[in-house]
Design a protein around this ligand. Sequence first.
Ligand code: RRO
Length: 311
Amino acid sequence: MNNVDLSTQIAGVALDSYIMNASGPKCTNLEELTVIGESNSAAIMTKSCTIAPREGNPLPRYQDLPLGSIQSMGLPNLGYKAYLEMIPALKQHGKPVVVSISGFSVEDNIEMVSAFQQSDVDLIEVNFSCPNIVGKAQVAYDFEQTEKSLAAITALGDKPIGIKLAPYFDMSHFIAMANILKRYPVKFITCINSIGNTLVIDPITEQPIIKPKGGFGGLCGEYIKPIGLANVRAFRQLLDDDIQIIGVGGISNGVDAFEYLLAGADAVQVATCFEKQGPNCFQRIEAELALFMANKGYDCLADAKGRLKPL
Ligand code: RRO
């Protein structure tokens, strides 16, 4: 290949490369997580879990779109205890294991974070931004609730905690969320979750294309890359360096990953592209990123990280 060093770290946890899977696609059971373990993904990231196992929303709940996908999965998962039990097997792949938790209440999140604090998991990503549960608002859009949850879950142990954020679209929201994050020992944020409650209509059938919530679902893939880049950039400018940022949203090639690097991401996650192309995407995107950076004369991620040039 070439000599560009793509190694990075999140909260002191070393990653061999810049690119890992995102919570969401194909990371719900041991078989799927083993495929990720055997791939070039820099870490093994689990599907968001809840206290009890869930079947998720009614089908069809996922549809490919030309530039991405729309989905309303509804948190199908095996329940957090199953992921706790899987950790020793997952650790055997010799790469960090990141668990995603998504409780329905502060109490749920306290129970799950406490349990994973006692485990061998490397990082805990707390999902404040699932858009697809009927009757449940996204915590990340409720700043009071966000603060209450952060106060509770960051006081439960020393393992690094990160927060999966919803996309924001207004400068006042970036500032409000950054000011809350600064008050707690949050080690990283993951930006962004899907754009919630979008609607795709099939004009032939005159119906929505997914079943749950009357067709409203999270928009993913290339459509959302400019929003992901803006969220990473805005938070990088507003937060101090002690909170790292994982970028996610529309990364399907090495140049996409490089754009997130310029915006300030310390690592990136791949969701829809992994869903559509399978586990070889991690190696391909890594090779493309290394080649693109080598052609620019860069040796490592730090040469370009956060260095978006003014126009
Ligand atoms: O399972 C889902 O429906 C889902 C989750 Br938990 C999330 O965080 N984001 C998303 O787009 N879908």
